[in-house]
Ligand binder design. Structure first.
Ligand code: PHE
Length: 345
């Protein structure tokens, strides 16, 4: 065989391979072409290679060089076609970014409980250790539970429409004495004392944590909605000394062992005597709420015998407790729902 014939055979194969491989349109066809051109047994390159044996010895080096070039070119054309067909069968790689499995993963950011919810859970836990079980009451209340049963008479300023969110019922508001079913957003959690006592007999030791509503203009220390923790202990021989002990133990558990507690005489219609509760914390006396011995009129209103039972009640502001502990200075920040702020707690 002449060198010329050999080279011509190679060139023909190279041209044919380049043309068919650049036009091939599916993976099965590509495999057929691969077997036809470079198949190890009967591939065309293989038979051309065999022809090399019949060349003159001095022709072989240049023939071999050309053979290698064509073989490499065909192999590259096959690879290119495989890549093209492979990427077409996976359109996501064409349209979207390639996934790099060596990059570190994206960590999903976990949320957490709102600082007020965290505080509520903490308060329940502390009071639970003192034997208080948690109860709940409705935020939409009737005047009986919010006022009447709590010994708050009709003409008491606490019932003023300007200090309450009354809800109109059939054109009448709850302040209207002729509207017995009148409703309002509860202005205090003391309503829950009544609800619990109406439904159970003493002894009882409960707390209730929830929202209350008063039409105050929002500023750094006021908000028209806030939370209270109400406590109630009714039994035989419950005294004010126990009230003070419970509040002191609560304060030291929640705020720290160096907290002092002070009672200032005060007035609430539903307790007698009544006090304001202050905690001494960070060199300041801070008011946290009100407390007192349950008024005999309240015990009578729920059918308890005030000669047999006595009790104490207290109501503390949850926001104040939360803000003290987390060093938050503006109550409005708690309710702006700005995650950049809330994320810190
Ligand atoms: N309910 C009172 C208030 O909202 C607080 C309080 C509760 C006072 C229980 C005495 C006893 O101001």
């Amino acid at each position: 065989m002449s060198l010329l014939a050999f080279l011509t055979a190679l060139d023909t194969l190279a041209a044919e391979a380049s043309q068919s491989l650049s036009a091939v349109s599916d993976v099965e066809k590509l495999e057929e072409l691969r077997v036809r051109f470079i198949g190890a047994k009967n591939g065309q390159l293989k038979s051309i290679q065999k022809m090399m044996g019949s060349l003159q010895a001095d022709e072989r080096p240049s023939a071999g060089k050309r053979f290698n070039e064509v073989r490499d070119a065909v192999q590259s054309a096959i690879d290119a076609a495989a890549e093209r067909l492979g990427s077409e069968s996976q359109p996501s790689r064409v349209n979207g970014p390639m996934v790099d499995p060596t990059l570190p993963g994206l960590r999903p950011r976990l949320g957490h409980l709102h600082p007020i919810t965290q505080t509520i859970e903490h308060l329940k836990e502390i009071m639970g250790r003192l034997g208080f079980t948690t109860t709940e009451g409705p935020e939409i209340e009737d005047t009986w539970h919010n006022f009447v049963a709590l010994n708050i008479p009709e003409d008491h300023p606490a019932r003023d429409p300007l200090d309450n969110f009354y809800l109109t019922t059939a054109g009448k508001t709850a302040i209207d004495p002729a509207a017995p079913g009148g409703m309002l957003l509860r202005s205090q959690t003391s309503t829950v004392q009544i609800r619990v006592m109406e439904q159970s007999k003493p002894p009882l030791r409960i707390i209730s944590l929830g929202r209350v509503y008063r039409p105050d203009a929002a500023d750094a220390t006021h908000f028209p909605m806030f939370h209270q923790m109400e406590g109630l202990w009714v039994d035989r021989h419950v005294t004010m000394a126990q009230l003070k002990s419970v509040l002191r133990m609560f304060a030291t558990s929640y705020l720290g062992s160096d907290v002092h507690i002070r009672f200032r005489p005060s007035f609430f219609p539903f307790t007698e005597p009544s006090v304001e509760v202050d905690y001494f914390w960070n060199d300041n006396w801070v008011e946290f709420g009100g407390a007192g011995m349950v008024d005999p009129n309240v015990l009578s209103a729920v059918g308890y015998d005030p000669e047999e039972y006595s009790g104490f009640a207290f109501g503390l502001g949850v926001e104040r407790l939360c803000m003290r502990r987390f060093a938050i200075t503006d109550i409005r920040d708690l309710f702006r729902s700005d995650v950049r702020f809330l994320r810190q707690f």
